[in-house]
Write a protein that binds this ligand. Structure first.
Ligand SMILES: [Zn+2]
Length: 114
């Protein structure tokens, strides 16, 4: 039920934002979900649509952007995409990798109807 608590916090954050900015309605909430965040997009979508009923967000679309895993080699400095969770530099084979992208879980932007 990891996704349910995430969906709840997204909804709470956006409702606060709507109040603060006096937004009449939000059409789309775009979120960025990293490959390492452990979030299943389908489960997040399902939880979201279940909890927005009866809130000012009923009818709002959740747009999930999946962020692939990106690493940087500490040995040769190469930036590369981590595929199939192989944590080694494709250039020098070093295992000294720093994960630079893929752990995020954030609201990217809100699309507001005018
Ligand atoms: Zn390298």
């Amino acid at each position: 039920m990891h996704e349910l608590s995430i969906a709840t916090s997204i909804v709470e954050t956006v409702l606060q934002e709507m109040q603060r900015r006096q937004l009449p309605a939000v059409e789309t909430i775009a979120v960025r979900v990293g490959a390492l965040s452990g979030v299943v997009p389908e489960a997040l979508e399902f939880s979201f649509s279940a909890i927005i009923n009866g809130t000012p967000l009923a009818g709002t679309r959740l747009a999930i952007e999946q962020v692939p895993l990106q690493g940087k080699c500490r040995n040769c400095g190469l930036d590369f995409s981590v595929v199939e969770f192989i944590f080694a530099c494709p250039h020098c084979r070093s295992g000294q990798i720093e994960i630079t992208k893929g752990e995020e879980l954030e609201i990217a932007y809100l699309e507001v109807s005018s």
